[in-house]
Write a protein that binds this ligand. Structure first.
Ligand SMILES: [Zn+2]
Ligand SMILES: [Zn+2]
Length: 136
């Protein structure tokens, strides 16, 4: 998927600032996926489809999401967030299967920002939550 170039756009592979705490993010290679993890709050920036690739394996999730859930929860309420790649206002989304998990999503580039601990939480889709999702 390609999008028209934007003046302020940061291409994949460049160092970006955390959309929540503004600390520099570091690039981390997890399996064959290169993600951006915040040195400040431990939040994860995942470009389009990276989240799905990580969620395919519990080991990848563990290696990617190493931040503190406590800090992640503190930042969870911060929803006025702009995409670090194209500067557009991100949309607050709620995971359809686990509604306690909220995250920010960019409608332009498809990237998502997950607070520390949220990827681990998404991966731990428990039996009770499975049953609940079946029952609606
Ligand atoms: Zn941060
Ligand atoms: Zn974006």
């Amino acid at each position: 998927m390609t999008h028209p170039a934007h003046d302020a756009a940061e291409p994949q592979g460049s160092i970006i600032a955390c959309p929540k705490c503004a600390a520099a993010m570091e690039q981390v290679t997890v399996g064959d996926v290169v993600i951006d993890r915040c040195r400040g709050c431990g939040g994860l920036w995942l470009d389009a489809m990276e989240r799905e690739r990580l969620l395919a394996s519990a080991d990848l999730v563990k290696a990617a999401d190493t931040g503190s859930e406590k800090i992640g929860r503190e930042l969870d309420d911060q929803t006025n967030v702009h995409c670090p790649r194209d500067r557009s206002r991100m949309i607050h989304m709620v995971d359809l299967r686990q509604r306690h998990i909220g995250y920010e999503s960019c409608q332009i580039c498809g990237g998502v920002f997950l607070d520390a601990g949220e990827l681990r939480d998404l991966a731990s889709f428990t039996l009770i939550e499975r049953i609940r999702s079946i029952l609606g």
